[in-house]
Design a protein around this ligand. Structure first.
Ligand SMILES: [Zn+2]
Length: 218
């Protein structure tokens, strides 16, 4: 049980045209005034608004699942304007909910230690420069940038016991994964935050998490 009790929320990178984006570009995207991630990379959603779609498999009802999606988009609404649409779009964030078996069967890398997963498509965009007083992890002097145009967010319904997670946990996990879809790469070093690696029931983002994305938004 130690494995299944360890909750990991990870981000699976899928780059256009190559396995990883290259940051050889000399394009300077600007100066960073803060940094709240354990990696020196950051992405950002490529457009000033986001189209969203939702679908559910086992467990969630659509109305319940939508309430968690609405919670997440409301939480990040100061960063981005969200539109809901139907039908496929090449510039969309998909929210998908289901039980562990559903998510395992989708071959997206979702395993029993996870409560949520975000799969993104991005392209290399240049780099940001660390401003005065801003230190990036691993001594990096700049942060590479990726432009995101599509993401799929997967939210797990059932705990290892089989019971559903709580409403607060669904809200937090959906908000966490949406943060990744909007460009939050890696996790804060602090625990107990919505964007922290280890799952929790936090319901509000901190100013630091908000500023991390705000400073690089389109
Ligand atoms: Zn995460």
């Amino acid at each position: 049980m130690s494995i299944t009790n360890r909750v990991l929320l990870i981000i699976l990178m899928v780059a256009i045209g190559s396995s990883q984006p290259s940051y050889a570009s000399s394009v300077n995207l600007g100066t960073l005034s803060s940094w709240y991630s354990n990696t020196s990379e950051i992405n950002r959603w490529k457009y000033s608004s986001v189209l969203c779609e939702e679908n559910v498999y086992s467990g969630f009802t659509m109305s319940d699942f939508r309430s968690h999606v609405t919670f997440a988009t409301s939480t990040w609404s100061s960063i981005m304007y969200f539109n809901y649409t139907s039908g496929s779009s090449s510039t969309c964030i998909y929210f998908l909910g289901g039980n562990l078996v559903d998510l395992n069967n989708m071959n997206i890398g979702f395993d029993s230690s996870m409560e949520g997963l975000t799969n993104i498509i991005r392209s290399s965009e240049g780099y940001w420069v660390a401003g005065s007083g801003v230190s990036l992890p691993n001594g990096a002097s700049y942060a590479g940038g990726g432009a995101l145009q599509k993401a799929s967010i997967y939210i797990r319904y059932n705990q290892p016991s089989g019971a559903p997670y709580t409403t607060n946990r669904f809200n937090r996990n959906t908000t966490h994964e949406l943060g990744h879809a909007l460009g939050y790469h890696g996790h804060p070093n602090a625990s107990g935050l919505i964007m922290s690696l280890t799952a929790n029931d936090k319901q509000t983002i901190t100013a630091s998490e908000k500023n991390h994305l705000q400073q690089v938004k389109y």
